[in-house]
Design a protein around this ligand. Structure first.
Ligand code: TRP
Length: 376
């Protein structure tokens, strides 16, 4: 792959992503000053991920706010594909979703696509079920309001989802799926159907309430193609098109190419990692914007724009803009060394994981059944 080439689809992210080009290719809109101001007016403050461009684009978000201001409240929908242990790259979107839930007092439908991961990954059904249990406990520990949050598992809640999914499936042809995802005649037939399952939760509350309710989907931009395919279908079935907020990818530990991935230990920090794991991985793998020698670094300064430890702090671990700006300028000037920057990242990440792991330990199977799983 040449330097300027990159690839983004729901199952693969390769190369250095050019988000400007992606906005054009996908036909999505930038979250510009005007939209951000509107959000701030309603919520009273902007989440750091909005201020710092982690969420950078949208579809129909202004329509959603118009509806909201008319008193037509929306619900949130997002999801998790259980194919391995969760890492930091997964949870940015969900922490932001929790913020939206709090600020807009919105219900959340959270889909777990065990069918998808079984069909697309070279893993057994049993293995996927194990990750499903594991991932659900992590998601439940992130702080969503259990009274307003409903977990949907594709295989378990099939009696709810399948009748909706077939209505989407009937209006999506194999040639559209081929063109959108690069599938071929050799792909299994479950994969070809899958987009219909991911489209379905965006109308579940409308189906249950027997009236149209607007939907907002926060997602990593790699998931957009499913909804691009499904968008034409929603109105054909009599529903609103869902609005979408798109986030950039979390950088892989090793550098700017691709994204964090659970299949590569050295690319990710997992939610179950110990303080020692985190220290080792950041020290050993985290791509640095520092110079080769201390002398050079002091003279020329570091580059926070490519430094993965700095990106972590910016994306999630430092909320205070002044604190982040101070670290950025210290590093850029060369006064702060890479080892010092890494020490800050290690400390912040470990503080977060410690709290998370404590909350997660309380989420048993029983708690999931009682408080989180959708029940008719
Ligand atoms: N397909 C997503 C994944 O592999 C999971 C998912 C299901 C999802 N529904 C979603 C993600 C809606 C974002 C929005 O992780």
């Amino acid at each position: 792959m040449k330097m300027e080439e990159f690839e983004v689809n729901p199952w693969d992210v390769k190369g250095v992503v050019d988000y400007e080009k992606l906005v054009k290719d996908f036909g999505i809109s930038r979250l510009d000053e005007k939209v951000l101001k509107r959000i701030e007016k309603i919520t009273g403050e902007l989440h750091p991920m909005l201020r710092r461009g982690v969420f950078f684009a949208h579809r129909d978000f202004e329509w959603l706010l118009n509806e909201y201001e008319k008193g037509n409240k929306f619900f949130l929908y997002t999801g998790c594909g259980p194919s391995g242990p969760l890492h930091l790259g997964h949870i940015g979107t969900w922490l932001f979703t929790k913020w939206l839930q709090d600020k807009f007092d919105a219900a959340l439908y959270f889909q777990f696509t065990d069918d998808e991961k079984f069909l697309f990954k070279n893993k057994s059904y049993e293995e996927i079920q194990k990750y499903l249990e594991d991932n659900m406990a992590d998601v439940a520990a992130l702080g969503f309001d259990p009274r307003k949050t409903h977990f949907l598992i594709d295989t378990r809640h099939a009696s709810l989802l399948y009748p909706i999914a077939i209505k989407f499936a009937k209006k999506i042809t194999f040639s559209i799926v081929k063109a959108s995802f690069g599938m071929t005649n050799e792909d299994n037939i479950g994969k070809i159907f899958y987009t219909a399952m991911q489209a379905a939760p965006a109308v579940v509350p409308s189906v249950l309430a027997k009236k149209n309710i607007p939907c907002l989907i926060p997602l990593g931009v790699d998931q957009d193609p499913h909804f691009r395919v499904a968008r034409d279908v929603y109105p054909k079935l009599g529903y609103y098109k869902p609005a979408i907020l798109h986030s950039v990818f979390w950088p892989a530990l090793k550098g700017p190419e691709g994204k964090m991935s659970s299949s590569d230990e050295s690319s990710a920090i997992f939610l179950h990692d110990t303080p020692k794991d985190v220290e080792r991985k950041i020290k050993k793998y985290a791509f640095s914007g520092g110079r080769d020698t201390i002398d050079e670094h002091r003279k020329l300064g570091g580059n926070p724009d490519v430094d993965v430890s700095f990106q972590f702090l910016k994306f999630m671990f430092i909320e205070d803009d002044a604190e982040l700006a101070r670290i950025e300028s210290e590093y850029r000037s060369g006064r702060m060394l890479t080892s010092e920057l890494k020490a800050i990242a290690i400390k912040k990440i470990n503080a977060f994981l410690k709290k998370h792991q404590k909350k997660r330990a309380k989420i048993t199977q029983k708690v999931l059944e009682r408080n989180w799983l959708w029940a008719s």
